[in-house]
Design a protein around this ligand. Structure first.
Ligand SMILES: Cc1cc2nc3c(=O)[nH]c(=O)nc-3n(C[C@H](O)[C@H](O)[C@H](O)COP(=O)(O)OP(=O)(O)OC[C@H]3O[C@@H](n4cnc5c(N)ncnc54)[C@H](O)[C@@H]3O)c2cc1C
Length: 502
């Protein structure tokens, strides 16, 4: 059976013998029990549990022709627009179960990107990468592995290309090639869930030219490999997890990101999926970023639902849920949430087939999805703060609530409508604080899958302004060279579609 349970996943990531993982300056061996990382491991585990729980089972499983078996959808290669829509739906549902980023999408998007790119490279005469990738994919699916997707490089000076950087390793690069494999050095930044994974799939982060050949590299590597160092980043309210409470920190589920350092790491050749072919990097980045931007329409809509629910509950605790301005605010939050979701679904159902069994998301809708996500969560949080009241920034700690000398006062002065206790209020306030102001909803929404400017570049590239102008000229009775296109949308082809046709 290729589909693992959550418990089987926990057993396999428990101890790291070779890689070094650091949290707040100290090395961690058992990531499953460390108080800082445990909530992240539990959120990752939810992606395994989903394949067994009655309400998510159908969404979380898919049939794979590569191994002729059912697999966890998080390692599935999309075979239809409906598969892509199932991804968005599953992500929304899992946000309800975790209230956090569950961290398994980046690796999934990396697999689908490599499927498309190795197919395209095979069409252009480079067949070995596809053969290696299919072998690797079958291994991942059979073992139901937990993957990280590592694209973002350290990048040094943003306006300089990789080969122009004062730090030669500002982008991950090939240092040495042997007949058995390659040695790589450099660092990938902000890598979601990496300490909780079994493998890292590495992709180049930008379009490259001939001088950047050594930086045009894609490969996979077990996370527990000698020479890999992971420095886990801090997050809002993170030290609360070390206090051992069960209210303040939201200690059940959370995500983490890490700086992943490759210090002259050996990658066997059968795990190298791009080695120097800089001419495919711009399409690779386009394919990956669109896949990843589509998914945000699911997970962030799901977090929107949690925030809407918490706001509604807090309004009830205060007795204001029927006030017209509160209703108005909740309606606005629903509109913002459903807009993000609709765009993600459109990106899926309006998918583009770029080769045999290669279903890519619609690049225009996917970029619009992520751009909505870069804007709307901040508005949703503002509205929730408005409804929750000032307590969202001033609530006493759970330790005050648990102090026998204070408990009675807190019970008396934190209670609103009868039937709700002070603890009910504190729990809901903390949930709202941690979800709506946390990294996943506020920071990841802006920068995850690329900063907002990257999406604007993409949709202005894809939109055919000249065509729209000719349409307007015709209607205004002016001379025009308009050639009607069969498509309804005034869109240009993406770089990937052009490459496929060339
Ligand atoms: C919570 C979180 C999770 C993430 N998870 C992952 C992950 O799992 N895997 C992964 O690979 N990445 C991940 N990312 C990284 C994400 O893709 C990057 O943060 C994003 O691409 C922006 O890069 P940066 O953070 O280096 O920002 P910067 O590049 O430092 O951007 C800062 C500003 O500079 C601007 N800028 C950058 N370059 C230029 C330029 N050449 N010209 C003009 N303006 C420029 C940007 O538009 C932005 O406004 C994650 C990020 C976050 C916040």
């Amino acid at each position: 059976m290729a589909i693992r349970t959550g418990e089987q996943y926990l057993d396999s990531i428990k101890i790291r013998n070779k890689a070094e993982i650091y949290v707040m300056g100290k090395e961690v061996k058992d990531v499953t029990t460390h108080p800082f990382l445990k909530p992240s491991v539990m959120a990752f585990k939810a992606t395994f549990d989903a394949a067994w729980e009655e309400d998510t089972k159908e969404l979380a499983r898919a049939w794979s022709p590569f191994i002729n078996e059912e697999v966890n959808r998080f390692n599935h290669i999309h075979r239809s627009p409906e598969d892509l829509a199932a991804k968005v739906k599953l992500l929304r549902k899992l946000s309800h179960k975790t209230g956090a980023c569950f961290q398994r999408c980046v690796g999934w998007d990396a697999l689908n990107t490599l499927w498309i790119m190795t197919n395209i490279m095979a069409q252009k005469g480079k067949k070995e990468y596809k053969d290696r990738f299919v072998e690797y994919l079958s291994y991942v699916q059979k073992k139901d592995l937990a993957l990280a997707g590592a694209m973002t490089d350290a990048k040094g000076v943003r306006t300089l290309k990789p080969h122009q950087q004062p730090n030669k390793n500002a982008y991950v690069r090939i240092e040495e090639v042997t007949k058995d494999g390659i040695y790589v050095s450099g660092a990938k930044a902000n890598i979601t869930g990496v300490a909780a994974t079994e493998e890292i799939v590495v992709l180049p982060t930008r379009a490259m030219g001939p001088e950047d050949k050594d930086y045009a590299v894609a490969f996979s590597i077990p996370t527990d490999t000698e020479g890999i160092k992971i420095i886990v980043g801090r997050q809002l309210n993170d030290a609360r997890r070390l206090e051992g409470g069960d209210i303040d920190a939201l200690p059940y589920f959370y995500n983490h990101e890490g700086l992943v350092i490759f210090d002259h790491v050996f990658v066997p050749m059968d795990r190298v999926f791009l080695m120097g072919e800089y001419e495919f990097t711009s399409q690779l980045v386009e394919v990956f970023s669109a896949y990843h931007r589509q998914g945000y329409g699911g997970c962030k809509a799901g977090l929107g639902d949690v925030i809407i629910g918490a706001s509604m509950n807090l309004a009830k605790q205060l007795g204001v849920e029927k006030a017209s301005h509160v209703q108005e605010k909740l309606t606005e939050m629903i509109f913002l949430t459903e807009t993000m979701y609709s765009a993600g679904i459109a990106a899926s159902l309006n998918a583009v087939k770029v080769c045999d069994n290669c279903w890519w998301v619609n690049p225009m809708h996917a970029n619009v999805t992520k751009h909505l996500v870069a804007r709307f969560p901040a508005q949703i949080s503002q509205l929730s703060i408005d409804i929750a009241g000032g307590i969202i920034g001033t609530a006493p700690s759970e330790w005050d609530l648990k102090n026998p000398k204070l408990r009675e006062y807190i019970a008396k002065y934190l209670q609103g409508v009868e039937g709700y206790t002070a603890e009910d209020r504190l729990r809901m306030v903390r949930l709202l604080e941690n979800v709506s102001l946390g990294v996943a909803f506020q920071i990841e929404s802006v920068h995850g899958a690329g900063s907002p400017a990257a999406q604007r570049i993409m949709f202005s590239r894809l939109y055919d302004l000249n065509y729209a102008e000719e349409v307007a000229k015709r209607l205004a009775g002016k001379k025009t060279d308009l050639q009607w296109k069969p498509k309804a949308e005034p869109w240009r082809e993406s770089e990937t579609e052009k490459l496929v046709k060339s």
